[in-house]
Design a protein around this ligand. Structure first.
Ligand code: BYC
Length: 313
């Protein structure tokens, strides 16, 4: 029986069709998806913190309204992704507990502080920009609920990237001080955004198996190169540079070759010792605890509604 299930699973993957929640799947496929989709969901929610930091200080009412909408979108992305993870047989409470206790991760990028208004533009352009490159690939992932969540998220992310670039365009046309603020933000966010794609393929634990299962369709290094090729000309259009003395355009390959990534920094952040790791988790845990009464009230209300409709029936 198990062999038949495996054959059916392999055929579905081979035919580029989707695996759905009620289909049989290997345990490793399920646990890899729980790990990756939960990490993705946690990133969306933790990612609200560095941006929310600037809602009260946005320079105009319009910028404030746009930023509030963007941060709300991130919460929505977290919800779609937690729902997709729940279809794999794990509860939202368990996922929260695993994040709070450090047993699940979130993207390294959100462990850096947002020091200036230009950082909000840089996050939209560079961070959401990197997320889009990764997520366009993930629209073709083999797990149905994850793939469908990605389609909707990508549409919203492209608005996010544009709003970020629009903030930076305004600064690029501004005073010398604003231009310096813009360049400083790029200098600080450039390398961390390249690290979002994960370790080199040769050091990636999961890529080979995830590509076989078609969870990932393009490797970490190939996605990173696509991102650099698309982003460097956009930096130049802003009249800015990226902080990489080894960056140069290779006529023969048609790609931007870039310098070495500081993997020590990456692993330090991933292991919980980046500039903002503790603050991010402490804040997340506090908000979860403070909000317990809201969850309890929602459950009590739902139970009351359900018992009323049973009585009427
Ligand atoms: N940060 O074998 P590998 C957003 C870990 S949110 C932390 O290559 P994989 C936004 C990895 O987990 C968008 N950890 O892993 C939100 C593994 O550790 P374990 C976020 C990282 O999974 C709000 C180990 O390193 N996007 O845009 O095959 C506001 C070895 O890595 C990272 C997603 O989450 C990292 N950067 O590939 C604004 C995309 N990289 O578990 C914006 C979905 C690697 O073995 N995720 N690790 O202990 C993915 O596509 C893949 O999981 C990755 C890594 C490409 C990230």
């Amino acid at each position: 029986m198990a062999v038949e299930h495996q054959v059916q699973f392999d055929r579905t993957i081979e035919a580029d069709e989707k695996i759905e929640p009620r289909d049989w799947m290997p345990d490793g496929y399920r646990s890899t998806l729980i790990r990756q989709i939960a990490q993705h969901a946690h990133s969306e929610v933790i990612g609200m913190q560095p941006e929310a930091n600037w809602i009260t200080r946005a320079p105009t009412l319009l910028r404030k309204a746009i930023l509030i909408a963007k941060v709300q979108d991130e919460a929505g992305h977290g919800l779609y992704l937690y729902s997709a993870t729940e279809t794999l047989g794990i509860s939202r409470d368990e996922l929260q507990e695993m994040l709070h206790s450090g047993r699940q991760k979130y993207s390294s990028i959100f462990n850096y502080p947002t020091l200036s208004w230009a950082d909000i533009g840089a996050i939209g352009w560079l961070v959401d920009g990197a997320a889009i490159v990764n997520q366009i690939m993930l629209q073709g992932t083999s797990y149905g609920p994850y793939s469908r969540a990605m389609v909707r998220i990508c549409k919203e992310e492209s608005f996010h990237a544009r709003q970020g670039y629009a903030i930076l365009m305004a600064l690029a046309k501004g005073t010398d001080e604003q231009k310096a603020m813009l360049q400083d933000a790029i200098d600080r966010w450039w390398w961390p955004s390249l690290m979002m794609f994960g370790p080199h393929d040769s050091d990636s634990t999961h890529t080979e198996q995830s590509m076989e299962w078609k969870i990932k369709r393009i490797s970490n290094d190939d996605l990173r190169q696509m991102y650099v090729d698309q982003t460097v000309p956009q930096a130049h259009y802003l009249g800015c540079s990226v902080p990489d003395p080894d960056l140069h355009f290779d006529e023969e390959s048609g790609h931007w070759n870039f310098g070495a990534i500081d993997w020590d920094e990456f692993w330090t952040v991933v292991k919980g010792n980046g500039p903002m790791n503790r603050e991010r988790i402490n804040h997340k845990t506090k908000v979860w605890d403070d909000g317990a009464w809201v969850r309890e009230a929602a459950v009590a209300y739902a139970e009351k509604q359900a018992s009323r409709s049973t009585k009427i029936a």
